[in-house]
Design a protein around this ligand. Structure first.
Ligand SMILES: [Zn+2]
Length: 286
């Protein structure tokens, strides 16, 4: 429980609270993808690779620039914690916080996923989402969030007073990345970053502002599809929380594998080229 407020409200408190918010980043000036050009390729895609992510484990794969990637719910409601890297430079990786600031708390069709500083550029464009019907529910919940971080053994240790659990998404991602790259688990852990929570249904409680989750509405056959703007290394954990209806960091939730499909298109979107790294000169005024 947080303590009650100790400071008396000023006389004009109501007026101060009534000030209308403004959107932090007006996105009218943000370059937007020509979604129709991407979607025009979707009728003629060739499946080139299928990767199975086992339950309570993670797997890695690559998506060459210009290819499509689908994350598929294959057997049952299951949430996936996704990390994305520049396949040729792991220092450039998905930046959940800035993607949230630009797109909102949850991502979907037409949104772009951005990379970390100093690269900050779109690295993937969402081209289809079979859960786009969900929108926001009465609790303020929505799917595919970029607000959660990833379940991890450190937070679990704090909350459970010393618990040791090794199949949190953070550890699953760490092991998978270590296997892929030959790094030690300690080294690989430094590259694991805040995720895109694929299929996870989350929001903030209206009264206390707490991060909540609820059973994912995902059903077998649903998928989230994105276009790779650059060569990508994907790493995803099938969360030990399963559909995240009750808890994670345990072996009690029912968990399912997930499937990742990589597709080659017959062509490239008209006028498309891989986006250059960010144009800021990096001198910071010095
Ligand atoms: Zn998790």
């Amino acid at each position: 429980m947080k303590p009650d407020a100790m400071t008396a409200a000023p006389a004009d408190a109501a007026a101060r609270k009534a000030v209308k918010p403004v959107v932090c980043y007006p996105v009218e000036t943000l370059p937007r993808p020509e979604l129709a050009a991407y979607r025009a390729l979707r009728d003629d895609l060739e499946l080139v690779e299928t990767v199975v992510v086992p339950p309570r484990e993670a797997a890695t794969w690559t998506v060459p620039a210009g290819h499509f990637c689908r994350i598929v719910c294959s057997e049952g409601a299951q949430v996936g914690d996704l990390n994305l890297f520049n396949a040729n430079d792991l220092k450039e990786r998905f930046y959940s916080g800035k993607t949230r600031a630009l797109n909102g708390t949850h991502v979907g069709l037409g949104d772009q996923l951005f990379s970390s500083f100093p690269y900050l550029r779109p690295i993937a464009t969402i081209t289809h989402d079979t859960l786009d019907w969900y929108g926001f529910d009465e609790f303020g919940g929505a799917v595919h969030d970029v607000i959660g971080t990833r379940c991890d053994p450190y937070t679990h240790n704090l909350l459970s007073h010393g618990g040791q659990y090794h199949h949190c998404c953070h550890s699953n991602l760490t092991r998978a990345l270590a296997r892929r790259t030959g790094m030690t688990p300690r080294e690989a852990e430094g590259y694991v970053h805040d995720v895109l929570n694929v299929f996870m249904c989350t929001g903030f409680t209206r009264d206390t502002g707490q991060y909540f989750m609820k059973a994912s509405p995902v059903r077998p056959g649903d998928y989230l599809e994105f276009f790779a703007e650059i060569d990508l290394l994907g790493c995803m954990s099938a969360c030990p929380g399963g559909d995240c209806s009750s808890e994670h960091s345990s072996d009690t939730a029912k968990c399912y594998p997930m499937v990742v499909e990589i597709y080659k298109a017959r062509g490239l979107p008209q006028g498309w080229a891989p986006p250059p790294v960010n144009g800021y000169d990096g001198t910071h005024g010095l």
